[in-house]
Design a binder for this molecule. Structure first.
Ligand code: HEC
Length: 453
């Protein structure tokens, strides 16, 4: 790779097996959120640009109205867009750098670029959205009672720059968004393709691998399915029909969305298959195939319900389809993650072993061994040669000498650490070379176990 994200390596926390498990769950959630939202963003942008072009060609009002209805689907709030699109990418970036710490792979880098492109594309997409609404304002604003010529030229000026924005920003936004999603696809496929991790592949091979390309195409299909579903759900669910009052637009948009939904739901399984074939065989598992079967069954459900609705010209299953589709999407993410699981098993074992060593060193270096030292063990190892509780041996019976230490643990610890001559009937006790934490543990053990009189 051209340059490394070493900074991320530096902030990596040491991972215990439990942490890694947790991060894996969070990654599933992150991918699900990202695909859901970025999918809606992409689909609504594609469709609104398509309708805008139709409008430019035919001048039919319904297309223009459709542009306005659709572009607002994902761009309801700037803050939300950044939260749903950028934040998942950044958290996935940190998640992967934790899990794939000490490997050669650079998933975080691709996610980083994805976030950058997405950020810029959002600026264009919002400009596109505002240009559409501003255009209307200029179109219908009554300028006849404006006296000043200056104001009129100014209005003219803003009108034409709005128009340029309207014609250009959507396209730029779409291009950048596609690049962002492509980088995301490369990242998420690289994560599940660990066989190639350590063969330093060239940047281009990495970038244009078949699984990245098929995953990217799959993303586009998903985005159109989501968008058509959300159009149907938002504008045509029972009780929400008054959101569109133009009859022509209504029936056009309804049919159009149903057809998109049907055709892309049919293509979706094909792309899942293509993508699965391009996965490394070693990383496939029973879970993976099981999930594919479930996903296929659910998609079949969606296709047949949509077909029935088209035939009957009704929308009664829309809510159920939305529900089924998001479950499908979630399972699809879980499926990807199961490949990740399979192919990272050995790496995770390695990392959690690293962690155990790390933890041991940390505790030792902080003098915190108390956590693992056991007073009874030390006593039995070091003291029992000269002491018993009820009998004198080389040294005095503990039951005789400990009462004077009752409530004075610190003094007892001090004696154990540094024995001084006490009783002339006995020889001096040799220093046992214990650490403070060990001496304390033995003192606790003695005080708790001698016979209190
Ligand atoms: C080599 C034999 C020997 C070993 C091993 C030994 N001790 Fe002693 N210990 C003695 C003798 C001898 C005395 C009596 C010293 C004196 O009175 O000056 C003594 C005295 C003591 C006393 C009484 C001190 C007092 O104030 O009267 C305590 C408590 C004690 N030992 C705890 C320990 C503990 C805890 C260990 C293990 C970590 C230990 N000893 C290991 C020989 C030993």
């Amino acid at each position: 790779m051209v340059f490394n994200m070493e900074i991320l390596d530096k902030i990596v926390l040491h991972q215990s097996a439990h942490h890694m498990e947790l991060i894996k769950y969070l990654l599933v959630l992150t991918h699900f959120l990202f695909i859901g939202y970025a999918g809606l963003l992409l689909g609504s942008l594609i469709l609104s640009i398509y309708f805008r072009n139709r409008f430019n060609k035919t001048n039919e009002k319904k297309y223009y109205l459709a542009v306005k209805k659709i572009i607002d689907l994902a761009t309801f709030n700037k803050g939300a867009s950044f939260t749903f699109a950028i934040v998942p990418l950044l958290s996935a970036m940190f998640g992967y750098s934790q899990l794939l710490h000490l490997t050669n792979i650079n998933i975080a880098l691709y996610l980083f670029w994805s976030a950058i492109f997405l950020f810029i594309s959002l600026i264009f997409i919002y400009s596109f959205k505002y240009s559409i609404h501003l255009r209307d304002i200029f179109q219908f604003a009554d300028q006849s009672n404006i006296e000043s010529d200056d104001v009129k030229t100014e209005i003219q000026h803003y009108k034409s720059s709005t128009n340029i924005l309207y014609l250009k920003s959507g396209k730029y936004g779409l291009f950048l968004l596609l690049v962002a999603i492509y980088f995301y696809s490369v990242a998420s496929q690289l994560a599940v393709d660990l066989n190639n991790w350590n063969n330093n592949r060239s940047f281009f091979v990495e970038l244009f691998s078949i699984n990245s390309i098929t995953y990217f195409l799959q993303f586009i299909i998903i985005s159109l399915i989501i968008t058509s579903l959300i159009i149907l759900y938002k504008y045509f669910r029972v009780n929400s029909e008054e959101l569109i009052n133009d009859e022509e637009l209504k029936s056009f948009l309804k049919n159009f969305s149903l057809k998109i939904l049907l055709s892309f739901s049919l293509i979706y399984p094909l792309l899942i298959l293509l993508n699965s074939f391009s996965k490394p065989v070693l990383s496939l598992s029973f879970n993976f195939f099981g999930l594919i079967v479930v996903v296929f069954i659910l998609v079949l459900f969606i296709v047949s319900l949509t077909y029935v609705m088209l035939k009957e010209d009704s929308l009664k299953y829309v809510t159920s389809i939305v529900f089924i589709f998001f479950i499908t999407l979630f399972l699809n993410v879980v499926k990807e993650q199961s490949v990740f699981d399979t192919s990272t098993k050995s790496h995770f074992a390695f990392l959690s072993n690293e962690y155990i060593n790390y933890e041991k060193n940390l505790i030792e270096s902080a003098g915190l061994l108390k956590v693992t030292v056991n007073g009874a063990d030390i006593y039995n190892g070091k003291c029992i040669a000269c002491h018993q509780f009820d009998r004198k041996l080389v040294g005095p019976a503990h039951n005789d000498v400990l009462p004077k230490y009752e409530g004075k643990k610190a003094e007892l610890v001090k004696f154990i650490l540094n024995p001084v001559k006490v009783n002339p009937e006995y020889p001096a006790m040799p220093n046992q070379g214990l650490k403070p934490s060990e001496a304390e543990a033995v003192a606790d053990y003695l005080l708790a176990n001698y016979k209190k009189k």
